[in-house]
Design a protein around this ligand. Structure first.
Ligand code: BG6
Length: 475
């Protein structure tokens, strides 16, 4: 790999601490950072020693996605690749210092700017980078990584896209949705389009409905200020869950390329017809740190939607997500129709529908729930799973972390698992009208599945939320 510098604006941000620095650690452990130097930027003045102490502290912070052991020698190798520069992003002199710092490594002509800062600062950063010719791609390349919030609604998303277009070419911009870097989400494409037998079933003739769940059994932690400005629907619905929906239901792309994938996803996103949405808030949310004591923001939502196309005609899609719920689980469940002529429908389980589960986390895998004969003399049925599971080593990190994978993709210039401008706008176009109906949320008990109104939303249709099973793909 040609040498390049990764410049992280906001190296002391929550995003850097939770996601970016742990991903860099993993990359270093696997020897993937060779030729890469990392320059952290933040406002705080700190010495080299203090910066390394900060990185050390972050490397050892408890992290739900990084439970593996941190090795001192890896951390030290990582630190040798990292340096720090302080500065105010609105100070023109800072960019001169940045330019001089980058120029010191005269053999490095390529750079990735990762903006882990408040979006309100983007325009200023872009302007100064351009003025100092840091976005030029003369002898190397210059790329930009940004992630949600990509706008705060359709209008501001469009403004952001225009702004990006003013300062960068489309191939320079990497809009990151970390769910697209998850192994099991990427596997949906292989499962659907790399096999022959499942895809013919993915339509309204065979599918009764789809459920998408992204629930967490913990609260907002120290992210109150951010979370209370968005709420659950914008936090994970506008992006991660719509991407899950699009990958599950889109038509086959003509080729495995960024443009083809985006084109199909956009078709789905633009065909979504919202039906109903329920908002909830966990009891105690308004007492969380940095949350408005009178906040009406949603920490839970459940919605029903349809895809207005021939393939998915009249197939409802139920989506839910939230914090402080009963279970930590992210999955997409395709519930198949029950054929009338089933031989054993008089027996217990005889009318259980077949269910396909893409389990994003935990117990990652792709699983088909079937009915099988209970071993024994009698003809008795029991539900069982045909499963594809990963051989996970709990001590190690078998999958690349989404941030590690997507950082590497950005370095390679591969936008396949990044969003383009049109996708982001289509996501907002769907979510905006729903957000505008947000009134007072229904309060729910921590540890429950959310407010009862979310159950009623699906029960009205004679269906029920499925209790996510932990019985398959156990480590
Ligand atoms: C983030 C949201 O985008 O995704 C968080 O801001 C959420 O609120 C997180 O917890 C979930 O990501 P993961 O990878 O832990 O499932």
């Amino acid at each position: 790999m040609n040498p390049f510098t990764l410049i992280i604006f906001g190296i002391t941000s929550n995003l850097s601490q939770i996601k970016i620095i742990p991903a860099l650690y993993d990359m270093e452990e696997k020897g993937l950072l060779s030729g890469i130097s990392v320059l952290g930027v933040a406002r705080k003045k700190q010495t080299k020693k203090e910066f390394y102490e900060y990185i050390n502290k972050v490397a050892y912070l408890p992290n739900v996605h990084h439970k593996h052991q941190i090795k001192k020698e890896v951390y030290e190798r990582l630190c040798r690749k990292m340096s720090y520069i302080d500065g105010d992003l609105d100070d023109p002199n800072f960019y001169l210092r940045l330019k001089n710092t980058l120029a010191k490594e005269s053999n490095i002509k390529s750079r990735v700017f990762y903006l882990a800062v408040y979006p309100g600062l983007y325009e200023m950063v872009f302007k100064h980078l351009k003025k100092n010719k840091l976005t030029q791609q003369k002898n190397g390349w210059a790329r930009l990584i940004i992630e949600k919030p990509l706008g705060f609604d359709l209008k501001t998303a469009k403004i952001l896209n225009r702004l990006l277009g003013k300062y960068f070419t489309a191939d320079q911009v990497f809009r990151l949705d970390h769910y697209l870097g998850k192994e099991t989400l990427q596997n949906i494409l292989t499962f659907r389009f790399g096999n022959g037998i499942f895809e013919p079933l993915m339509n309204s003739e065979y599918v009764d409905h789809i459920q998408i769940t992204a629930t967490e059994d913990f609260g907002i932690g120290k992210r109150g200020a951010y979370y209370d400005s968005v709420g659950a629907l914008i936090d994970v619905g506008q992006n991660h869950e719509l991407q899950m929906l699009a990958l599950t239901t889109m038509d086959a792309p003509v080729e495995f390329s960024s443009q083809s994938l985006s084109r199909q996803k956009v078709k789905i996103l633009k065909s979504l017809v919202p039906s109903k949405v329920v908002f909830g808030q966990y009891d105690g949310y308004t007492k969380e740190e940095s949350v408005n004591p009178n906040s009406t923001k949603d920490t839970f939502y459940a919605l029903k939607t349809y895809i207005d196309n021939e393939r998915w005609k009249d197939v409802p899609i139920y989506i839910r997500a939230g914090k402080m719920l009963k279970q930590y689980v992210t999955e997409i469940v395709v519930v198949f129709k029950n054929p009338i002529n089933r031989l054993f429908k008089h027996l217990d389980c005889g009318e259980e529908p077949n269910i396909l589960i893409y389990r994003i986390q935990p117990n990652e895998g792709v699983v088909l729930k079937i009915v099988a004969k209970k071993p024994g003399q009698e003809t008795e049925l029991e539900p069982s799973y045909m499963q594809f599971c990963y051989k996970i080593n709990p001590e190690g990190h078998f999958f690349p972390d989404p941030y590690e994978r997507l950082l590497l993709d950005a370095i390679k210039g591969d936008q396949t698992f990044f969003n383009d401008a049109e996708e982001v706008e289509a996501e907002w176009a769907f979510v905006d009208p729903l957000v505008s109906t947000r009134g007072k949320p229904h309060i729910y008990k921590p540890g429950s599945w959310g407010p009862k109104e979310a159950d009623e939303l699906i029960e009205k249709d004679g269906r029920a939320w499925l209790e996510p099973s932990m019985d398959f793909c156990r480590i």
